[in-house]
Design a protein around this ligand. Sequence first.
Ligand SMILES: [Mn+2]
Length: 430
Amino acid sequence: MVLRETVCLRRLAGGNHSEEIRYGRFLGNEAVTVERVIEGWSDRTGLAVAGRHVLALQDTSEIKFATTPDNRRDLGKIKKGNCWGVLLHPMLALDAERGSCLGLVGGRVWTRSEEELPPHADRPLSEKESRRWIETAEAAKPVLAQASMVTFIADRESDFFVMWARVPDGPFHLQTRVMHDHALLSGTTLRRAVQEVAFCDEQVIELRERADRPARKARLCLRFGEATIKRPANLREADLPKGVTLRWVEVVETAAPEGVAPLHWLLLTTHAVNSPAQAWQIVAWYKQRWVIEQLFRTLKSQGLKIEDSQLQSAPRLEKLVAIAAKAAAIVMQLVQARDGRDDQPASLIFTAPEVDTLAALETRFKGKTRLQTNPHPRYSLAWAAWIIAKLGGWNGYASSKPPGPITFYNGLAYFRACADGWALRDVYMP
Ligand SMILES: [Mn+2]
């Protein structure tokens, strides 16, 4: 999937019909479970996180497939109930200092059932979809055990008391945006307490482009403080403390362009925040959440086009989504490796014969000038990415524009053809 940039079985099989059938049988095999595929998401992540402060991002993406009233492909309702598809909830590990992608950690892929559920508030957490935030974080702890520190980051849907009371623990921190106002032990509410504090700093921050807004520079005012959120009275989970003490950081955009909703984030964190510099750090870490959105885009329209899959039936689609999620994470690692900001091995993505093919192809670019020689350690992912970019037509000068995704995919397509040819030499040579 990474090298062919598709989830289409026919294209994955490269026109080999029996191979296409084998892919189909693999997905249809009941012994191949989505849970086991997800276990494989983290097989290299545990090592990659060792000794680092890791931002562990989690989020849910709704993956929509085309259906007709006569054929819903056994899928469940998503979005506002007007589409059918599966849900993907991954956790992705990033290096907190460098922002580099370290791989998937864990998560869930599931299809909603069609049966009516009792009202949300009447169900214990174990029967709510929101348990995925806690379960994914808990399952991540052993995978991330080698990290020096972990900050779990999620969007506002994960802002609920049980999460705050259960997940943070020692090196495991938690940070989210506030969903609803929280009652505080002091008798007031979080939002009211925030209003009492004066803004203490200002900064201009670069906001990335999103589907609903162009990129822009935003002037933000900042304030921060501490608050103890109170256990809700109607909570079904017993044995939780009366309150959890957290730090809050609020940033408000003062002069948003006309017609654009001003940025306003109220963040909660278990990290210490004693200075504006620390508060801006909290904002910067939260901003990195966009990387998981990038993962979803890589999986969908801007990459593997998972939603175009023609596979019938939800169980196969769930497995395909689980496999494609890992492929999308690897594509992101490869694209990031271009700039050599991290030191992961080429074996993260390429098999041993593929690494040999890369080494053979590299000789083509050697010996011209030093400036055009691969600057990265041999057999590192950055080394491989440099060769792929060259194959895609990049000129290789450090001073020129870094290769873009299109150059990359051209390079990958060319590499794929070379690697196939290289593999054939053993078959056809006497
Ligand atoms: Mn979300």
